[in-house]
Ligand binder design. Structure first.
Ligand code: FO1
Length: 310
């Protein structure tokens, strides 16, 4: 079964990792959000792309989910001592990724070429594609004005109240090479349990002008909201600030025009009829991914759920 997964940060990376344990490399492509990318300290940083690649490679920091396992922080400590900006934590091993990526991009390579080479070097055998080789930037509209994503997310710790989002460049950016083929040849598209507003919407905004996802057979989303809370990150806070009660049902409604199926946690079973009322099939299972076994169990459930209609 050929699966194309759409993923953002840590939650998305975990499900992609589970899927990668169960599917051969030729049957899984992960399309990753690059709306969080930014230039910092003269380096080109792709947080979600790196989170997905490090996770698939088994190199991710198990505590934070982003950055590298067994990391050291000498460069950051010395940068801080010199009075440099230290609000965005770049470990020594992680820095090598940004330095080499920046060098290659300046030389004229594309982000997808660099990602392919890095995946080969890290032993990632499944295909990981940035959503586009051209810049798309998530801009957070807050009560204090517009903020670039990492400025809002890390520097301001998601404190300013959010009014909306826009994805600068999404209307002109083209899907990266391989994205169209991955979408068109997939038996199903899996929207990973990533933040709908800032991880998945930038991908959808970038892909849809060029290729319509709707009506392409199976499109299944896994809820990142469990019992009204997010496992990690600000999705629940964003829903609340946008005037929507955070819940798995709210996630299903967010994607309602796209989905044929929805996967949500057993603690949300009372929302089942509400989600079914949106005209989609529903799978209720354990969606909390604490261990590798959890990731594989959820990935297995998602594949079984999709298999019921193929
Ligand atoms: N997230 C943080 O909350 N604080 C950080 O200092 C931080 C550093 C960082 C460095 C490299 C990287 O790949 C990711 C990093 N992240 C950090 C995570 C990242 O900013 C967000 O999780 C994503 O952009 C949202 O998906």
């Amino acid at each position: 079964m050929r699966i194309t997964a759409l993923a953002g940060g840590v939650g998305g990376a975990k499900l992609a990792h589970g899927l990668a344990q169960l599917l051969p490399p030729e049957d899984l492509t992960v399309i990753v959000n690059t709306g969080d990318d930014f230039e910092h300290l003269g380096l080109y940083i792709c947080p979600d792309l790196d989170t997905v690649c490090y996770t698939l490679a088994g190199l991710a920091n198990p505590q934070t989910g982003w950055g590298r396992a067994d990391e050291t922080w000498n460069a950051m400590a010395n940068l801080a001592r010199l009075g440099g900006p230290d609000w965005f934590n770049l470990g020594d091993s992680d820095l090598a990724t940004h330095i080499e990526r920046t060098r290659r991009l300046k030389e004229g390579q594309t982000l997808s070429q660099v990602t392919r080479d890095f995946c080969a070097a890290w032993g990632v055998r499944h295909t990981v594609l940035p959503m586009s080789d051209q810049p798309v930037r998530t801009i957070v509209e807050t009560e204090e004005g517009e903020l670039p994503f990492q400025e809002y997310f890390v520097h301001r710790r998601c404190e300013p109240r959010v009014k909306g989002f826009r994805f600068e460049g999404a209307e002109v950016a083209e899907p990266a090479p391989g994205v169209r083929e991955a979408v068109e040849s997939a038996d199903a598209i899996v929207i990973c349990p990533s933040n709908p507003w800032v991880s998945i919407d930038p991908i959808l905004a970038t892909l849809t002008p060029a290729l319509s996802l709707k009506g392409r057979g199976n499109i299944v989303a896994v809820s990142p909201i469990i019992g009204g809370q997010t496992v990690k990150g600000p999705a629940a806070k964003l829903f609340a600030e946008l005037g929507i009660e955070p819940s798995a049902l709210a996630v299903a409604k967010h994607y309602r025009n796209l989905l044929t199926g929805f996967v949500m946690d057993a603690v949300d079973a009372e929302l089942l009829d509400g989600v079914r009322g949106l005209n989609m099939r529903v799978c209720v299972t354990n969606t909390l991914m604490r261990s590798l076994d959890d990731r594989m169990q959820l990935a297995g459930e998602v594949l079984r759920f999709i298999g019921e209609t193929i």
